[in-house]
Design a protein around this ligand. Structure first.
Ligand SMILES: *Cc1c(COP(=O)(O)O)cnc(C)c1O
Length: 225
């Protein structure tokens, strides 16, 4: 297994350096460790090094890990695309979702969120690079989708999420996301989360105002699948 504690320290350093370079407070960015494809022991190693927030994108795999882990204070983020038949499991077993890109999915998540849990924290995913194959609503659709999510009783709208197209200029994609975020806030929605930045492009994302980075490879090593 990769040296998770050492990698985590290096990622925290990159985040802090990027915050300084951007003229932002060093604690302005929250780190979600994306543990998909890695087992509970990798998550325990990160936990021992102080990490509490973890991201997963396959429901069945995530549920198996959640059962294996009973450490207190874990926060689970669902970062993958969301199919209709997965909404119940996500609504019941996660704290955050980053891939909401249509109203039907938002409605199901709200309907299925257990009453004894706090509202599900939601980021709306935007297809910022206009890639035909990618999930995410179009930038034009985002304001109305955000309004709809904000109106659902068991969801709490937190912000926007995007993944730049491979090979695209990440910085300019993140700049477009930031402008959209500002435009939606100007309409009166209290967004506080810009979920942007992965192992390769976290610096560009932080320069453009990211408040939450989702980091897998740089913490856990390369994925074999
Ligand atoms: C896998 C994944 C990540 C982490 O990507 P790395 O390049 O390994 O840091 C972040 N966000 C989403 C949505 C992912 O699926």
């Amino acid at each position: 297994m990769a040296d998770v504690a050492q990698n985590l320290a290096a990622v925290r350093r990159r985040i802090a350096d990027a915050c300084v370079a951007a003229g932002r407070p060093v604690d302005a960015v929250r780190l979600v460790a994306v543990s998909k494809t890695f087992g509970p022991e990798a998550i325990r190693a990160a936990y021992a090094a102080g990490q509490r927030e973890f991201g997963e994108n396959y429901l069945q795999e995530a549920l198996a890990k959640q059962v294996a882990l009973n450490e207190p204070g874990l926060v689970w983020h669902y970062v993958g695309p969301i199919q209709s038949n997965k909404t119940r499991g996500i609504a019941e077993h996660f704290d955050w979702v980053h891939g909401v890109d249509r109203i039907k999915i938002a409605q199901r998540l709200s309907d299925q969120r257990p009453v004894h849990k706090p509202p599900l924290e939601v980021c709306v995913q935007v297809n910022i690079s206009a890639e035909a194959s990618k999930s995410g609503c179009t930038p034009d659709e985002a304001p109305a989708l955000c309004q709809a999510v904000a109106a659902l009783p068991r969801l709490r709208l937190r912000g926007l999420m995007a993944i730049p197209a491979p090979g695209a200029d990440a910085r300019s994609a993140f700049a477009r996301l930031r402008a959209l975020f500002a435009a939606i806030r100007a309409q009166g929605l209290a967004l506080d989360t810009l979920s942007a930045g992965m192992s390769e492009d976290l610096e560009a994302a932080i320069m453009e105002g990211s408040t939450l980075v989702r980091i897998g490879t740089a913490i856990f090593g390369a994925r074999s699948t």
